[in-house]
Design a protein. Structure first.
Length: 358
């Protein structure tokens, strides 16, 4: 059976260069045995600053896309983006190039600032409108995102495909969970609520509550946050930078609590799914699609956005109550096993590819 040739664009799937969850999605998509993927990593590497070099790289990507299309019979262009200005600007020109050659196009949206609210910037409004109109199909990550999508586009053009992870990548032998270990894995940026978390951790330390915090990732606030944590909880903090492979799974396995107190811009975080797959107690806000899978005190703990005091209170309860983290974590693991199937994920995306081509 001939495999469908898919042009995949999105964050670099090399976890050593990029901490964004879209890169993990790309890795999952690449393993789809029904397709022949041609992947073009776009966007900045973690830690790379925007500037002249970033603009030059955008121009190079546009040329690269044009060359690949010219030399390959692409069936579908699958553009993974988020609703943030830099990503939209970058992916607009890629989508435009793909559509220029008459190739069917999927716009796969992974959260972002303008997922649920419209921008007031006229130029950005134009770009978003053109991308939505020119795409043959739009993928969002939950029914909630589809229902609350604020743009004037037919709902029949929007399909839901929940993220999924490849559990075969989880090592067979992992260290046991250690009491009072808290882990954050992701981009170190304002939207993730990392500054709220720092305040909450300081309050925990002041109350003499036992814990250790592992920070994994990188981003524009990295230097500030790392220095701050070294100052306020020096004996209770370890910074690991970008982690991947066995080290990532080992650190996650050793942790009792996974935390992601996002303020805005989430989709359906891959790190959250990884934590649930290992039976960890996840502490998150109800941002975007997280509200569709985390039910407070059942398979996770919900905290309020922009609220360090609420984060502190919930963490304090988990750290001082013996059984709650494990019980919540085990229910999270069961929920993941019952609701996230890689086989169903591939079945869903292959149906969408075939629908476009037929």
């Amino acid at each position: 059976m001939k495999r469908i040739k898919i042009l995949l664009t999105g964050s670099n799937p090399n976890a050593k260069k990029n901490v964004a969850g879209i890169g993990t999605v790309i890795k999952v998509l690449e393993k789809n045995t029904n397709i022949e993927p041609i992947t073009i990593p776009v966007g900045r590497s973690s830690g790379e600053k925007r500037g002249v070099s970033w603009i030059i790289s955008l121009l190079k990507k546009k040329i690269e896309v044009k060359s690949i299309i010219k030399n390959n019979k692409i069936d579908v262009g699958h553009i993974n983006t988020c609703m943030n200005p830099p990503a939209l600007l970058r992916d607009y020109y890629i989508l435009k190039q793909v559509r220029k050659h008459g190739i069917k196009t999927i716009l796969h949206i992974h959260g972002g600032k303008y997922l649920f609210k419209k921008t007031k910037n006229i130029f950005l409004k134009y770009i978003i409108d053109r991308m939505l109109v020119k795409s043959d199909l739009i993928i969002v990550l939950s029914e909630y995102e589809k229902e609350h999508f604020p743009y004037n586009i037919s709902k029949t053009k929007i399909e839901v495909l929940k993220n999924c992870i490849d559990t075969k990548q989880i090592p067979n032998h992992l260290p046991n969970s250690q009491k009072a270990n808290i882990i954050y894995m992701g981009r170190i940026v304002e939207s993730k609520g990392i500054e709220d978390l720092c305040i909450a951790l300081k309050l925990l330390a002041e109350k003499k509550i036992d814990f250790h915090f592992n920070l994994c990732g990188s981003g524009p606030l990295q230097t500030k946050i790392v220095e701050q944590l070294k100052s306020i909880i020096p004996e209770k903090f370890t910074f690991h930078g970008i982690v991947s492979g066995d080290k990532k799974w080992s650190l996650l396995s050793q942790s009792e609590i996974f935390i992601l107190p996002s303020r805005w811009g989430e989709g359906l975080p891959m790190a959250l799914l990884e934590a649930m797959a290992l039976g960890k107690c996840a502490v998150v806000t109800n941002d975007a699609s997280m509200k569709m899978i985390i039910k407070d005190r059942q398979n996770g703990i919900l905290v309020k956005k922009h609220n360090p005091d609420d984060i502190f209170k919930k963490l304090k309860e988990l750290l001082t109550t013996k059984d709650i983290p494990n019980e919540v974590g085990q229910r999270a693991k069961k929920y993941f096993q019952n609701n996230f199937s890689l086989k169903e994920y591939y079945h869903g995306i292959n149906n969408l590819y075939n629908r476009l081509l037929n």
